[in-house]
Design a protein around this ligand. Sequence first.
Ligand code: FES
Length: 101
Amino acid sequence: MALVKAARVSDLPPGTLVEVMVNGEPYALCHVEGEFRALGGVCPHRGGPLGQGNLHQGRVVCPWHAWEFDSRTGENDYDPSCRVPVYPVTVQDGEVLIEVP
Ligand code: FES
């Protein structure tokens, strides 16, 4: 695992969801409930870009067909066995870093 800079804290006010590219892979990075959280950026349904979706009650909503995933656990709200990976996030010197494989 490697800790990689993904965004500046100032670019992620509360309630923000963004797509970031790290080592050529997309991640969905959000600021929810006072925490920065990182999920895999590819929807397990049909590959929609989760980081380009919206936030709804702490869940990341896929922009393609509105499947929702808990931003903390990555679990789908209807089928918890369907999930996107989540990654540890660290804040350091005003930067948001993601621990990626
Ligand atoms: S691709 Fe995400 S809900 Fe269909």
